[in-house]
Design a protein around this ligand. Structure first.
Ligand SMILES: [Zn+2]
Length: 313
């Protein structure tokens, strides 16, 4: 039987319109052995007003071609399909990310699920969940016609969640799994962000392994980094402080936080259906960790991914 090779690499981060900088980052990731890159859609300056800027995409394609790389795209984090007042804008933004994926032959885009103010959630939770489901189906239809996967990601708890002002049902992977199961389309899948799952579990007093085992059947893509899960709900000034103190979304190399990676790999492996197909992993290290920890992290993330796919030797 032919073993399916793993696809593991790094998130490119925001390049602020500099495609030369993107090229430099891809060169480096390729040099150390990555065979996947997740492009941060924002900052490529290839989409404006939810439309592809053709000449910029042509330049982007030149940067991406002739590399042994598969690409995924992270859509703008601002997209919120539960923001009823601006639904069309959010939907057109997801479509633009799918169009971009199609243009550069990326297989998958990552989108954050919907969230809503607490007072709205308290009054009409079921109605909001129904809206989310039909929005995901609309997105799934558009993606399916273009042979793209949309992976909805369990998000990171932020100050709106800490203060109780906003509700994001997908902080709990069990609820995200339930939503994706109900949508019931091959093109609508999950991205498991491991660090977010750790933080969501601590914030909501959940069992991370229970959440991950529920989401596992739908996971086509992983965001990989370490954290403690301790909420960053103190007054802080910069990400260096958050790393030093071990709070929030640390985007740290494995071993710098408290995530039990072997237990997660085992849970994902044992709950993945045999037909699950390719699993890709994008490492999300903060840029200051790249120079000192990228090789080590890539090695770790590769064997983590292969353990889940059952191809680890
Ligand atoms: Zn994300």
């Amino acid at each position: 039987m032919k073993m399916q090779a793993s696809r593991v690499g790094f998130s490119t981060g925001n390049v602020n319109g500099e495609l030369n900088e993107l090229s430099r980052r891809l060169d480096f990731f390729q040099e150390i052995g990555a065979n996947l890159a997740e492009l941060t859609a924002v900052g490529l300056d290839v989409v404006s007003n939810c439309q592809i800027i053709e000449h910029r995409v042509d330049q982007l394609k030149k940067v991406l071609m002739n590399r042994e790389m598969e690409y995924t795209i992270h859509a703008p984090i601002a997209i919120n399909l539960l923001d009823n007042d601006h639904y069309d804008l959010h939907l057109r933004s997801v479509y633009a990310a799918i169009d971009l994926a199609e243009a550069i032959s990326a297989r998958l885009i990552v989108v954050h699920p919907g969230r809503a103010p607490r007072e709205e959630w308290d009054i009409r939770e079921q109605e909001l969940l129904d809206l989310e489901r039909s929005a995901m189906r609309e997105v799934g239809q558009y993606a399916e016609e273009r042979n793209i996967l949309v992976a909805f990601e369990n998000p990171s708890p932020n100050e709106h969640h800490f203060s109780g002002r906003a509700i994001s049902y997908a902080l709990d992977p069990v609820r995200l799994a339930q939503m994706i199961r109900e949508v019931n389309m091959d093109s609508v899948t999950a991205c498991l962000d491991i660090s977010h799952a750790q933080q969501g579990a601590k914030l909501l007093s959940l069992n991370i392994l229970e959440g991950v085992s529920a989401l596992a059947p739908y996971v086509k893509h992983i965001h990989f980094s370490d954290s403690t899960g301790i909420p960053s709900d103190i007054i802080w000034d910069n990400n260096g402080e958050r790393l030093f103190m071990g709070i929030g979304d640390m985007h740290a190399p494995p071993g710098w936080g408290e995530i039990n990676f072997p237990a997660l790999a085992d849970t994902l492996w044992s709950n993945r259906p045999p037909s699950a197909g390719l699993l890709t992993t994008a490492i999300e290290l903060r840029s200051n960790h790249i120079s000192h920890s990228s090789k080590e992290t890539l090695r770790f993330a590769k064997s983590f991914t292969e353990e889940i796919m059952g191809t680890h030797s």
